[in-house]
Design a protein around this ligand. Structure first.
Ligand code: KIV
Ligand code: ZN
Length: 391
C-alpha cells in the first residue's frame, strides 16, 4: 500500500445500522456488502456478532461472499465477544477483529467504574486474545476525542505491543474541532512508541456537523484510514459520510491522498442504502442529495447553462448522477426557460421567449415547480403559440 493511499473502512452495516428505526435482514446486508465490495472499499465492518444471532448470521454470510475487501466484526474488550466474532469471520478471506474499550475519564469512571491502569491492561489483553484468532486486529479507544492525549498514547502503545495493526481514534461523541482532532492524530503519530507498526484510523461522529472535516484533518495529519458510512447514517447525528470524504480527496488532488473508490457508483450506492433502510436522504445532502446538482435561481441557471463549472465543483457524472438539473420555479430566468423549452422541442426566438416568459411567471407563481408537461401547456396558451409552431 502506498503511503498516500487512504483506506476506506465502511461501517454502514454496523455503526450505520444502529440508526433508530433501521433494521436490515441478512439478505439485504449481503446485497449491500456485495455492492460495497464492488465500490472498492478496503474494509467492510459487517456487524457486531455477539450482539444477536441475526447479526452473527449476517457477518458469517458476508464473510462468505466478499471477494476483495477485508471483513471486520466489532467486539467489546470481552473474551466471549472476541471468540464469537472470530467464529463469525472464519470464512472471510481477509478477516479483521475490531476490539476496544472506552478511554476517556468519563467512560472509565462512569461506565466501567475502573481506573486508567486497569483499562490499559484490558486493552492489551483484548488485542492479545484477538491476535490468537486473526492476524489483523484493530483496536478502538472509545471516546478518544475526549481522552487526554498523553494517556491515549499510552493506551495505543499497549495495543501495539499486543499486536494491533490499526489504531482507531474515535471522536465518539462528535465533540472535537477539526484543528483539535488533527492535532490529536499528529500527537499520536509523533509520540506513540512503535507507531510505525500500525496505521491510525479516523472514526468521527457528526453531532456538531464536523465529522467530514475532522476525518479530513485526521488524514492530513497522518491517519491512513477513514471509517465512514453511506449517506453518513449512524448513531444520533450519524457518522462521517463516505461519499463526502472520498469526493473531498478526489477534488483536492494536491493533498496527494487517494482512495480506491469507484466514485461513479456513489449515487447508486446512496439510493440502495436509503431504499433498503427506509431512511430518506435529505435533499440538500452533499454529493448524493436530490438537489446536489440542481440549480433553481435565475443567476445560477444562466451561469450553468453557459458553463457548468460556474456553479458546480463536481461533474455529476463522476458520482453517477446523469446530469445537472435546471429546475424551473418563479425564481428562474429566461435562460433557464429557453433551455428547458428547447429540451422538450421548442426553439424560441428572443421575442417569443419574452411572451412565453410572462405566461410562465404567472404559472410559476401558482405552482412550486414547473415540469415538462407544464412547459407544453405554458407554450400552448401563450400569445405566440401559432407563430412558434408555424416556424
Ligand atoms: O463511535 C465509536 O466510538 C464506535 C466504536 C465502537 C468504534 O463506534
Ligand atoms: Zn461510532
Amino acid at each position: 500500500m502506498s503511503d498516500n493511499n487512504i483506506q476506506i473502512f465502511d461501517t454502514t452495516l454496523r455503526d450505520g445500522e444502529q440508526v433508530p428505526g433501521c433494521k436490515l435482514n441478512t439478505e439485504q446486508k449481503v446485497i449491500i456488502a456485495k455492492q460495497l465490495d464492488i465500490l472498492g472499499v478496503d474494509v467492510i465492518e459487517a456487524g457486531f456478532p455477539v450482539s444477536s444471532p441475526g447479526d452473527f448470521k449476517s457477518v458469517q454470510a458476508i464473510s462468505k461472499i466478499v471477494k476483495n475487501a477485508t471483513v471486520c466484526g466489532l467486539t467489546r474488550a470481552v473474551e466471549n465477544d472476541i471468540k464469537v466474532a472470530a467464529e463469525a469471520l472464519q470464512y472471510a478471506t481477509k478477516p479483521r477483529i475490531h476490539t476496544g474499550i472506552g478511554t476517556s475519564d468519563s467512560h472509565i469512571i462512569h461506565k466501567f467504574k475502573s481506573n486508567r491502569e486497569t483499562i490499559i491492561e484490558r486493552a492489551f489483553a483484548a488485542v492479545k486474545y484477538a491476535k490468537s484468532f486473526v492476524e489483523d486486529v484493530e483496536f478502538y479507544a472509545e471516546d478518544a476525542g475526549r481522552t487526554e492525549n498523553e494517556y491515549l498514547a499510552r493506551v495505543c502503545e499497549a495495543a501495539i505491543r499486543a499486536g494491533a495493526t490499526v489504531l482507531n481514534i474515535p471522536d465518539t461523541t462528535g465533540y472535537c474541532l477539526p484543528s483539535e482532532y488533527g492535532a490529536k492524530i499528529k500527537y499520536l503519530k509523533e509520540n506513540v512508541k512503535g507507531i510505525d507498526k500500525a496505521i491510525l484510523s479516523c472514526h468521527c461522529h457528526n453531532d456538531l456537523g464536523l465529522a467530514t472535516a475532522n476525518s479530513i484533518e485526521g488524514v492530513i495529519n497522518g491517519a491512513r484510514q477513514i471509517e465512514c458510512t453511506i449517506n453518513g447514517i449512524g448513531e444520533r447525528a450519524g457518522n462521517t459520510a463516505l461519499e463526502e470524504v472520498v469526493m473531498v480527496l478526489k477534488q483536492h488532488p494536491y493533498l496527494n491522498l487517494d482512495t480506491k473508490i469507484n466514485t461513479s457508483m456513489l449515487y447508486g450506492m446512496s439510493q440502495l442504502v436509503s431504499d433498503s433502510m427506509g431512511i430518506y436522504t435529505q435533499p440538500n445532502k452533499a454529493i448524493v442529495g436530490a438537489n446536489a446538482f440542481a440549480h433553481s435561481s435565475g443567476i445560477h441557471q444562466d451561469g450553468v447553462i453557459k458553463n457548468r463549472e460556474t456553479y458546480e465543483i463536481i461533474n455529476p457524472k463522476d458520482v453517477g448522477v446523469t446530469e445537472s438539473a435546471i429546475v424551473l420555479t418563479a425564481r428562474s430566468g429566461r435562460a433557464a426557460l429557453a433551455y428547458r423549452a428547447k429540451n422538450v422541442g421548442y426553439e424560441l426566438t428572443k421575442l417569443q421567449l419574452d411572451d412565453v416568459y410572462a405566461n410562465f411567471l404567472s404559472f410559476a407563481d401558482r405552482k412550486k415547480e414547473i415540469n415538462d408537461g407544464d412547459i407544453h401547456q405554458i407554450i400552448e396558451t401563450s400569445n405566440v403559440y401559432r407563430q412558434i409552431i408555424s416556424a
